[in-house]
Design a protein. Structure first.
Length: 220
């Protein structure tokens, strides 16, 4: 077996895929606290290192080198998987900040799981409401008082399917400065007199629209 570098990796990376799969299936996940292989079989499968005794002199050098390369591949795969899980967790926590609801707040409910509404799904609003939050169920679910055509639905929703309702634009963006009311424009008639004759006419393009201009002569 020819090695590519001093760490013992070959150019044929496909041969290392079983090591990656083994490392993933025997790695403890932060969500469940156990490895996927434990949930599939009910026990953790033994690894090659558990059966190989490195102190015996009867081990063939090629088998020993292969075992060391396999172990390095498993360690590298386990490290990469751990870094990927930590990165995904950071990105999820950064982009998913759940709103702070309180009992009595007004909220809009997503129509994602509301299938029996009158209008077709393509013409349906993304959210309906507002509804009053009746009770908070932990930090991830709320119970709302449903009315009208959705009154028979189950009133408990995940906070991901609920968003706050703001009656005014100022309530939605409290830090936004309100633009002052522009002054009222008063039109003043300033006609020089009665038109006697149209001397010339032309059509121009102004602000994306066709406009006509006239050169006229007044009686005065």
């Amino acid at each position: 077996m020819e090695y590519k570098d001093h760490e013992g990796y070959t150019h044929d990376w496909v041969t290392l895929l079983p090591a990656v799969q083994l490392a993933y299936n025997t790695s403890q996940h932060s969500t469940t606290g156990k490895a996927p292989a434990f949930f599939e079989k009910g026990w953790n499968p033994p690894l090659p290192v558990d059966h190989l005794k490195m102190n015996l002199l009867t081990i063939h050098p090629t088998a020993k080198d292969f075992h060391e390369m396999w172990k390095r591949a498993c360690d590298t795969a386990s490290k990469c998987i751990a870094e990927e899980k930590e990165y995904n967790k950071q990105m999820w926590d950064k982009s998913h900040m759940e709103p702070d609801f309180k009992e009595g707040d007004q909220a809009l409910v997503s129509t994602l799981n509301l299938n029996n509404l009158k209008r077709p799904k393509k013409m349906r609003d993304s959210f309906v409401g507002p509804f009053t939050i009746f009770k908070l169920i932990g930090k991830n679910e709320v119970e709302v008082k449903l009315t009208e055509e959705v009154s028979r639905k189950h009133p408990v929703f995940s906070v991901r399917l609920v968003k706050p309702y703001f009656q005014k634009e100022e309530d939605k963006f409290p830090s936004r400065k309100k633009n002052p009311t522009p002054p009222e424009i008063v039109e003043v008639e300033d006609s020089p007199g009665t038109v006697k004759k149209i001397i010339r006419a032309r059509k121009i393009r102004h602000n994306g629209r066709d406009q006509r201009q006239y050169l006229v002569r007044f009686k005065s």
